[in-house]
Design a protein around this ligand. Structure first.
Ligand SMILES: [Zn+2]
Length: 469
């Protein structure tokens, strides 16, 4: 029997408002522990929350970008659970009446747009941060003691919940990359995963291909890189298929994915909504945004990443368009092409060489970049790499690099190519047996032998003609 994954995501995004969601403490990463607190976010009795207007507006703005209906009456609730990083004993969160519902995001693919439903997007407060000291990989099990930093408590969080419309780990990753870029471009979050500003839980189940049933799902918690998420989902899909195939049943369960070992560890049984004893927060009024505010926020929306991928695809191809747009690189690409660079070559240089070199993209001159793109096959690789690394320097000029010439003389390169092929008989045989990808290996070896001074295009032609002779 063949199986189909059914995946839904819950994405938490920190909003980069100046202050917290229910008090006036500053929001920020990296301040000294417990320096950004007050009676409200420390949960002192009698302290009253006041909603941050900007956090509400940004939640609505995100909802609009995701095609959601904006509620004219949203309500905050208390979600009860006891934990040391939650001093009130409850988290304030929108629950049955969230600000944004029934949206969708279009995910461009080669087979057309995949529609991923957005069930809801709601505003809530983040908990404080517990730091487990000692023990293994920062988990509570085996720790010597734990510390709590209340700076994070009360940071505004938007939780975005998708419908179970995602069908593979790779699709989950592409959805998240697009969502992350959307959030960044709306200017509401830096969405930096390494700082915990974008956190993802995945709900995973499998079903026989072609069926429309929904089987028992499990949840994978708190994954903090796109690749970990994809690998965690893959591991869980594989585990569930094994369970069903062996005649057993998948049980509802929450897992942590350890990216270092590739293993899933069961955490605790999943709570049901009843366990949280939700009730409306009596200290906050309902959120009732006036129609003209919603209209104004809608008018502020920029052209969104999914639309730009479709527009760029016409000039490029889907994969390159996706890499450029989700990396926030498409504007620089457009300006570089306008300055005379070849479309595909410019995309390759920007997405590979430039990003890999860690250059400050905001400081790059498209005109100078276009000159380098045009000269890439002509000048020595070392000169090209050096120029790329310096592109962000103030007053950078490509001219000194453009006058250098890579060695393109076949007579000079032939003996080096011959030497490299002789030294790697195994790879030569593999290439002749169809492993065409090894061409890059041979070219790389020749480049190494020439200290990067050879013209890679000429080398590649020489290698090919010798091996195919
Ligand atoms: Zn506070």
């Amino acid at each position: 029997m063949s199986w189909e994954p059914v995946i839904g995501l819950e994405v938490h995004v920190h909003l980069k408002t100046r202050t917290k969601v229910f008090c006036r403490c500053p929001v920020g990463f990296g301040a000294g522990e417990n320096t950004q607190t007050c009676p409200v976010c420390l949960g002192f009795p009698g302290a009253l929350p006041v909603i941050n207007r900007r956090a509400v507006e940004w939640t609505i703005k995100l909802g609009l970008a995701l095609g959601c209906e904006i509620a004219q009456h949203a309500v905050f609730a208390r979600k009860h659970y006891p934990y040391p990083d939650l001093p009130k004993g409850y988290q304030i969160s929108q629950y049955d009446l969230p600000s944004c519902i029934n949206g969708k995001m279009l995910l461009p693919t080669a087979e057309g747009d995949r529609v991923i439903g957005i069930v809801r997007a709601h505003l809530e407060e983040d908990a404080a941060k517990t730091i487990h000291v000692g023990g293994r990989s920062g988990r509570i099990g085996g720790a010597d003691y734990s510390l709590i930093d209340f700076n994070r408590g009360g940071t505004p969080l938007v939780e975005i919940v998708t419908a179970p419309d995602i069908r593979s780990a790779d699709e989950a990753r592409r959805f998240l990359q697009l969502l992350r870029q959307t959030v960044v471009e709306l200017g509401i979050s830096d969405a930096e995963m390494e700082k915990g500003a974008l956190r993802v839980d995945a709900n995973v189940s499998v079903r026989p291909t072609g069926s429309d049933e929904l089987r028992t799902r499990t949840e994978i918690k708190n994954m903090n890189s796109f690749n970990f998420i994809a690998r965690g989902i893959e591991a869980e899909v594989e585990r569930q298929i094994g369970v069903w195939d062996s005649g057993d049943e998948v049980r509802q369960q929450t897992y942590d994915f350890d990216a270092a070992t590739g293993t899933l560890t069961a955490r605790r049984s999943k709570e049901e909504a009843d366990d949280y004893r939700y009730f409306p927060e009596p200290d906050l009024v309902p959120v009732e945004p006036p129609a003209d505010l919603v209209e104004a926020l809608c008018a502020e929306l920029p052209e969104l990443p999914a639309e730009r991928i479709r527009r760029l695809e016409a000039a490029l191809d889907l994969d390159r368009a996706t890499v450029l747009v989700t990396g926030g690189l498409d504007r620089l690409w457009g300006e570089t092409v306008a300055a005379g660079a070849d479309r595909t070559a410019a995309a390759n240089v920007i997405a590979n060489a430039l990003v890999g070199a860690g250059v400050d993209l905001g400081a790059v001159s498209p005109a100078e970049l276009a000159k380098l793109v045009g000269a890439r096959d002509r000048i020595p690789r070392t000169a090209f790499d050096e120029a790329i690394a310096k592109l962000g320097d103030p007053g950078f000029s490509a001219e000194p690099y453009l006058t250098q010439e890579a060695v393109a003389d076949s007579a000079e390169l032939e003996p080096i190519v011959a030497r490299v092929l002789e030294a790697n008989p195994g790879q030569v045989e593999a290439f002749r047996n169809g492993k065409q990808g090894l061409l890059g290996f041979f070219v790389g070896q020749v480049m190494k032998e020439t200290d990067g001074k050879a013209n890679p295009r000429v080398v590649s032609e020489l290698v090919r003609s010798r091996l195919e002779a």
